[in-house]
Unconditional design. Sequence first.
Length: 266
Amino acid sequence: MRTVHFVYPRDLSKHSSPFCIGNEVGERLQRDYRVRFYGWRDKLKIEPEPGGQALRVQVTARRWSWWFEHPGGKGAGDLHLVAGRPAELVMVSTDVIHSLYLPDFRLKQDVVPGRFTKLHFKPILPGSFTLTCAEFCGTDHSRMTAKAVVHPDQASFDAWAREGVQPAASLADVGRALYAAKGCIACHSLDGTPRVGPTFKNLWGKEEKLADGATARVDEEYLRESILKPGAKVVAGFANVMPPVPLDEREMQGLAAWLQTLRDSP
């Protein structure tokens, strides 16, 4: 994959576009970069700068508000990040198309009902920045705003995350409860043993071989399709017997979060 560096200088008055290709701006602008963007494959994709584990935040958009589920189960109406740590936003809408826009970072990504979209970036400067919806979504579109709070370090973020957290609020706990409540336990083991369906142990991130000879990576989109349209991608060696299971967006996110906890530590 060819990598192209996209950068955004603070002072845009000297540039015709807020995005500049790295080898065209010169070393004198190095001190002015706030965010770096990486990646080019088929179309522009924003990827995290190498190094460091990404802070993964589940984002839910609805008319006319944002909800951010941070690691450890801390939910908030504002997005919280850590300066110098790559961030991964996994986003979904419960109603219409929205678009998450961080004007200070020159970042915008559509948030679509019925599928997950992702945004990867690395905030550099601590502070509080405007977050808004850039896709007209109805009557109170202009009021669909929030803040992106970039903490100066991990300790500051952790202190915020501990404030008033109730363990039962975590997405992983939602997914764990669904495993029993929706009958998943009858067909999917947690110890690696295949049953009627594949085991959930180490399932997340796995490249599954399908009955038609193709392969599919187990991620948010695969999970959603397998739950709502289980016959679309049948794993090789298993019968196409699973019925559709209606889940709301929080339940879908919870199941994804819980499956990720079932992976063996590297």
